[in-house]
Design a protein around this ligand. Structure first.
Ligand code: GLN
Length: 540
């Protein structure tokens, strides 16, 4: 089959959940047996979001091949199980860089380089995935970040317009808008949608499908009105109502025939509606999970999106164990030795989050100490693992000044130290130890047990500092075991204290590879320990 292209744009306001719609559509097409990928084009100038503060753009997600990307790629992977790559996350910055590098190389000698056609041609090339070899895809779903009408997204829109013309029926445009409900008038309003579609039409793009985000159910009359004002078939106007869970969205879209409408537009026989049994089984479990287990998320960013993949990984792991993981964000900056017990009271488990820099570091160390000394299940991820290591050094190894050289370059006990390969790096973007690396797990360890006995695993990374192997023996002797190691670099990837209920730190980020149908084994194992802990708390 010739590859088909679906473009997803958004209008009216941002944060409508284009990423969820893109991921849902990917899921639905996959369920029909098509080979699909989903890619995101972001109109900002940064080469990637790796250097952005999470307050700006939420979590930075990392692909297996080591690209720092937008968090929507996390949704794509969690919904579909597709493994995205660096070609699935493109920014204006990357587009310009390619064109400018080419210009300096002399590839356009004699020519004036312009937004149209040079930038738009490069966008088109990337949208068509010309750099990816040996891919045999049926569908490429391209989500464009930002909102229609933004100055910076104009070249992307122009590229879509041209591709649409070029590809004919092999391309479909889906536009996501918002239908607000005005309380005072007790009315749902379609005008913003009409304006947004007009704006799109003004750029020469007629949407084929409209997805209307709404907090209230839209009746057929309203859909009809939108259809006739926007030149879209009625069956191509679907609504995306607020759902109790984002994982309900694919099913809602399927019920309204979003995938079928797209196939009809393209001219592919629609065929039977796939049953999506495992997805429905998952939703059943999710709806049935009522018992709550309380887990503290100790981090410095008080923002839903900052630890998106960790939150989702915890939720997903819980659902398979019939519990609802209630996540309590605890700002590490506010944690002191005096208030740590109060802040973490009643928690069945503690996650110590990844991060960079000084802010909130002591709080993370107090939380690690509290978890260890009170034997509360504790999962340290990346910086979280490093904090576990520092806390253990200070309290158990009696190395009071132990620290990470990230926080204190002059520490006499740099139990966490800058990696050798990082020492000569001065550039900031994309230079960490990124992406998938192997890890060998020790016989008899809790981590190995969590992985179901699989001793060689591959996990994704994003760090510059590592466990300092000079201290390894001391740790082992004192009871913190280095049970996961990178076989090539001998870098410590997993530490655990076997005598504790569940006390594991990972240098890697398991949250990046947890999916709806395959929650990550470490999260599953951690949540099981939290459930046991909660049961004990209940008995007290
Ligand atoms: N700042 C730490 C490092 O660079 C941890 C990074 C992280 O948590 N992703 O090693």
């Amino acid at each position: 089959m010739v590859t088909k292209y679906i473009f997803i744009t958004g209008g009216v306001v941002s944060s409508l959940g284009k990423g969820i719609i893109s991921a849902s559509l990917g899921k639905l097409l996959q369920a029909r047996g098509f080979k699909v990928t989903i890619q995101k084009f972001d109109p900002y100038i940064n080469i990637d979001p790796g250097t952005l503060n999470p307050y700006e753009h939420g979590e930075c997600y990392v692909t297996a091949d080591g690209m720092e990307t937008d968090l929507d790629l996390g949704h794509y992977e969690r919904f579909t199980g597709i493994r995205t790559t660096r070609e699935n996350s493109i920014t204006t910055g990357r587009i310009y860089k390619t064109v400018i590098d080419r210009e300096r190389h002399g590839d356009y000698l004699g020519k004036t380089i312009q937004v149209v056609p040079h930038i738009t041609d490069e966008i088109k090339r990337r949208m068509l995935r010309k750099d990816v070899k040996g891919e045999d895809l049926d569908f490429v779903i391209t989500e464009v970040g930002g909102t229609i009408g933004d100055i910076e997204s104009a070249p992307f829109m122009e590229a879509i317009r041209q591709l649409r013309w070029q590809l004919g029926r092999d391309a479909v445009c889906v536009h996501l808008t918002y239908v607000p409900y005005l309380k005072a008038a007790e009315e749902l309003k379609t005008k913003p949608t009409q304006h947004s579609v007009k704006e799109l039409q003004g750029m020469g793009i007629q949407p084929d499908i409209l997805v209307l985000r709404t907090e209230r159910h839209l009746d057929d009359g309203l859909r009809m009105k939108v259809a006739s004002f926007c030149n879209v078939d009625l069956e191509c106007v679907v609504q995306s109502e607020d759902m109790p869970s984002i994982y309900e969205v694919p099913v809602s879209m399927q019920r309204q025939g979003l995938d079928a409408a797209i196939l009809r537009k393209i001219g592919i026989p629609v065929g039977e509606t796939p049953a999506m049994k495992s997805w429905h089984d998952f939703l059943e479990k999710q709806r049935a999970a009522k018992r709550e287990v309380h887990v503290a998320l100790v981090g410095k960013y008080d923002l839903q999106d900052a630890y998106k993949s960790i939150r989702e990984s915890l939720n997903l792991a819980g659902i398979y164990d019939d519990v609802k993981v209630k996540i309590h964000f605890v700002g590490s900056q506010g944690i002191t030795r005096e208030n740590v017990a109060e802040k973490l009271a009643g928690m069945a488990g503690i996650v110590i989050c990844p991060g960079f820099g000084q802010r909130g570091i002591p709080g993370k160390i107090f939380a690690a100490e509290y978890a260890r000394t009170n034997d509360i299940p504790c999962f340290g991820i990346c910086l979280g693992m490093q904090m576990m290591v520092i806390e253990f050094a200070r309290d158990v190894l009696k190395l009071e000044d132990a620290d990470s050289s990230e926080m204190n370059p002059d520490t006499p006990h740099n139990v966490i130290d800058l990696m050798e390969e990082q020492k000569n790096i001065t550039q900031m973007g994309g230079t960490m130890r990124l992406g998938e690396y192997p890890c060998e797990l020790r016989e008899g360890s809790r981590a190995l047990e969590a992985y179901g006995g699989k001793a060689s695993v591959r996990e994704r990374h994003r760090h510059r500092y590592e466990f300092n192997n000079q201290y390894r023996e001391a740790y082992e002797k004192a009871g913190m075991k280095c049970v996961g190691v990178n076989p090539e670099a001998d870098l410590v990837e997993v530490v655990e204290i076997p005598e504790k209920r569940w006390y594991i730190g990972t240098q890697f980020h398991p949250e990046y590879s947890s999916t709806v149908l395959h929650p990550h084994p470490l999260f599953v194992s951690f949540v099981k320990a939290c459930i046991a802990q909660a049961a004990d708390l209940g008995r007290q």
